[in-house]
Design a protein around this ligand. Structure first.
Ligand code: SF4
Ligand code: SF4
Length: 93
């Protein structure tokens, strides 16, 4: 039996249709909310790079806020911020 080369293999792991992730508002999972202090922020964008949910909103290279529809409240942004410009607050239930 002749083995296929990688160019002859079926494509795998390809998402052909529009992704569904925007439909799932993962912010519902949150028990802590990040509070962003614009006056302390130097716009280094480290939080943007680390946020697993792409919930740090950036416009023209500057952080303009946090998208609470998708932020899960993991606190990574607050942990990596070198300026302490993000703090986590318990959600009121
Ligand atoms: S990591 Fe902190 S200082 Fe840097 S952009 Fe984010 S909030 Fe601003
Ligand atoms: S708390 Fe987590 S999910 Fe929310 S903005 Fe920060 S890093 Fe992203």
């Amino acid at each position: 039996m002749k083995l296929k080369t990688w160019k002859e293999l079926e494509e795998g792991g390809v998402v052909r249709n529009t992704p569904t992730s925007p439909q799932y508002k993962t912010g519902d999972w949150r028990i802590k909310t990040p509070l962003f202090s614009e006056s302390d922020c130097t716009h280094c964008l480290i939080c943007f790079l680390y946020c697993p949910d792409s919930a740090i909103k950036v416009k023209l290279g500057k952080v303009i806020g946090i998208d609470l529809d998708y932020c899960k409240g993991c606190g990574i942004c607050a942990n990596v911020c070198p300026k302490g410009a993000i703090s986590m607050k318990e959600e009121e239930i």
